[in-house]
Write a protein that binds this ligand. Structure first.
Ligand SMILES: [Ca+2]
Length: 138
């Protein structure tokens, strides 16, 4: 797969603003909510995240979102942050109040700016700390 093409969630993590994650748009579409789960590799105290909307098209821009942090990839419990993304090309930073320790971060999109069934994004960076580490979260 070419990471510069549309689609995979890994495109959120490749450092390229011109590549993006997008939910299925060919054939059947699945309704909101759409979620993407990021495996940080080990537990961090997640203190916030930075999200950048898809740059080139109104389809796939997330509006309302929720963020979850957990040590389980499937059981996320209660959201640790929520809000509304703006329709802008710059990155948007959301803080996780007090930090939340976990290995897995789930971003759930509740709806889209365009009002259709698609979610996506160009970049997602998780901010976190772990005592005594260099801070590389990937
Ligand atoms: Ca990207």
């Amino acid at each position: 797969m070419n990471p510069r093409r549309a689609g995979p969630a890994t495109a959120l993590l490749d450092g390229r603003i011109d590549s993006y994650w997008h939910t299925q748009w060919q054939g059947s579409t699945t309704p909101f909510p759409h979620s993407v789960v990021i495996d940080l590799g080990k537990s961090y105290a997640v203190t916030g995240f930075e999200f950048t909307q898809r740059q080139s098209n109104s389809n796939g821009k997330i509006k309302d979102f929720e963020l979850y942090v957990s040590d389980s990839p499937t059981e996320f419990g209660t959201k640790v942050a929520s809000g509304t993304f703006l329709d802008v090309t710059r990155s948007q930073i959301t803080a996780v109040s007090g930090g939340k320790v976990g290995r897995y971060v789930k971003l759930t999109a509740l709806n889209s700016i365009a009002g259709n069934a698609f979610a996506g994004g160009a970049e997602l960076n998780i901010g976190g700390t772990v005592p005594g580490s260099g801070g590389n979260h990937r």
